[in-house]
Design a protein around this ligand. Structure first.
Ligand SMILES: Cc1cc2nc3c(=O)[nH]c(=O)nc-3n(C[C@H](O)[C@H](O)[C@H](O)COP(=O)(O)OP(=O)(O)OC[C@H]3O[C@@H](n4cnc5c(N)ncnc54)[C@H](O)[C@@H]3O)c2cc1C
Length: 463
């Protein structure tokens, strides 16, 4: 489903000329079109202009002109976001960070990386690995997402169950504020508590408080070895009970992912093994660390899965086999979107002990609201991607009602409406269900301090 937005023209001819004069024609796209009109959400809108700055100074120039001529600027990384955050829904200028993509240094001695925001996440992970170091955050779209976008959305991924989210690897941030000042926040060191934690305020701010122009990121030693296990359970609730059992038995996997039977009906044929049964669900478990230790530990995890009802276990395997399973896991959301005309992607998170009870309620929501819900995601974090699908656009009100009911349930269970994808445009109508009026007022106030003229990504997150 594509949601087209009406685009009021906000960019005057004078502003357009000023941008071209300041940046030069090679850094301005006047008839941009694809891919700048969309991300991985259902939203799309044609931007009036795209600018391609190559330095923080050029980003400052754009923001100063935005304040002078009062046009909206929307930062864009890889465009893999699922919340419509990088789309010019109200018109304006897309500021793409794609040319600010230099890997400035991988500092082995200090275990840090310094990068520009347009570096592709996978390239950073590979560059760190070449030095024997590890950058753990691994969002499933990491072959196309940028590190700046990951920080702006505080992206998670399979490794987060053990290693935490993007924010946990952000030491320092350089950014251009909405009014065009260049700021440095955070530190180059492992610790630092001087003043308010501005670096982490920018992290997860979804391109509303500043444009990230440089990052200092924490690296850690590369784990010596990794082992994997794929376990098939008769139902998703059984698989989720195994997740709780693994985590409460002294094991901390480096990944603990799941796919439900509906996802398996779309992608199961690509797995290196056959998944039996119509309601079977798959758990993917990985452990990393010292080879001898994890070899023993994976045996204990297998025993837990068997005790919790696993019907098939596909242990270990080569790194090629593991990569094949991961590639299937990474394709899941794309395949679901191709399968149904209406797809709405939710990424709720519940406390770990509530995963199984929540999952058991999903069929009741499907029945009550006539939905077809595909579930997969980061079981170890309680972060469950629900892709809610319906056969026709006319059903959208029922879909919305169903989603609200699900979110109410999640909040009642002590969960959150978004574990990692953020609010952007897509979820801002749900935001007041989770945040109090007072909290929204304070957050709007913070935004107002950063952006008095409301020029940076206006309308996103709080509306
Ligand atoms: C197949 C697939 C799998 C995915 N899996 C995961 C997953 O496992 N975990 C997860 O967390 N997400 C996942 N996502 C969502 C997406 O990849 C993340 O949200 C990612 O962090 C977005 O990065 P991006 O560079 O594509 O940002 P964009 O989509 O370009 O932008 C996202 C937001 O960040 C802002 N932004 C971008 N760059 C900057 C910058 N330099 N300064 C300030 N603001 C900026 C934009 O304005 C926008 O609000 C997935 C997406 C896809 C398509």
């Amino acid at each position: 489903m594509q949601t087209e937005a009406s685009v009021p023209c906000r960019l005057t001819e004078a502003a357009r000329r000023a941008l071209v004069t300041a940046l030069g024609t090679d850094k301005v796209l006047e008839s941009p079109g694809e891919p700048y009109d969309r991300d991985s959400s259902s939203y799309s809108a044609e931007p009036e202009l795209v600018v391609l700055p190559e330095s923080a100074e050029e980003v400052q120039t754009v923001m100063r002109l935005a304040n002078e001529h009062r046009f909206p600027v929307i930062p864009r990384g890889g465009g893999t976001g699922t919340s419509g955050g990088c789309i010019a829904l109200g018109g304006g200028v897309i500021l793409s960070l794609e040319r600010m993509n230099r890997m400035l240094r991988i500092d082995r001695e200090n275990l840090v990386a310094e990068v520009e925001p347009g570096v592709i996440t996978l390239d950073l992970r590979n560059a760190a690995a070449a030095e024997g170091l590890f950058y753990p955050p691994d969002p499933a779209g990491m072959d196309a997402s940028t590190i700046g976008g990951n920080v702006a959305t505080n992206a998670g991924g399979p490794a987060c169950v053990k290693y935490g989210v993007t924010r946990d690897y952000v030491l320092g941030v350089e950014a251009v504020t909405p009014t065009g000042e260049h700021i440095r926040a955070g530190v180059q060191t492992r610790k630092g508590v001087v003043g308010y934690d501005m670096a982490h305020l920018l992290c997860g701010s979804e391109g509303t408080l500043g444009i990230i122009t440089k990052l200092t990121l924490k690296l850690i030693p590369m784990p010596a070895a990794t082992v994997g296990l794929a376990a098939v359970f008769p139902s998703m609730a059984d698989a989720m009970r195994a997740v709780t059992a693994i985590l409460t038995s002294g094991h901390l996997p480096s990944a603990l992912e799941f796919l439900d039977h509906k996802c398996l009906s779309l992608v199961g044929d690509d797995l290196p093994f056959r998944v039996p049964g119509a309601t079977a669900s798959l758990l993917i478990v990985e452990l990393d660390g010292v080879a001898s230790q994890i070899a023993e530990e994976i045996g204990a995890v297998e025993a837990i899965c068997t005790a919790m009802g696993a019907t098939h276990l596909m242990p270990g395997g080569t790194s090629e086999e593991r990569e094949r399973i991961w590639s299937v896991r990474r394709q899941t959301s794309t395949r679901i979107r191709a399968h149904a005309p209406i797809t709405i992607s939710e990424d709720i998170a519940v406390p770990i002990g509530r995963i199984a009870p929540f999952i058991e309620l999903v069929p009741a929501f499907e029945e009550a609201y006539g939905l077809d819900i595909f579930c997969f995601g980061h079981a170890g974090d309680g972060n469950i991607h629900l892709i809610v699908t319906a056969p026709e656009r006319s059903e959208i009100h029922r879909v919305d009602e169903g989603i609200r009911a699900i979110v109410r349930q999640v909040l009642d269970m002590g969960g959150t409406l978004s574990g990692e994808h953020g609010i952007g445009e897509a979820k801002k109508h749900l935001l007041p269900m989770e945040l109090s009026g007072e909290s929204i007022r304070l957050q709007r106030g913070i935004r107002q301090v950063f952006d008095p003229n409301n020029v940076l990504n206006p309308g996103k997150v709080f509306g």
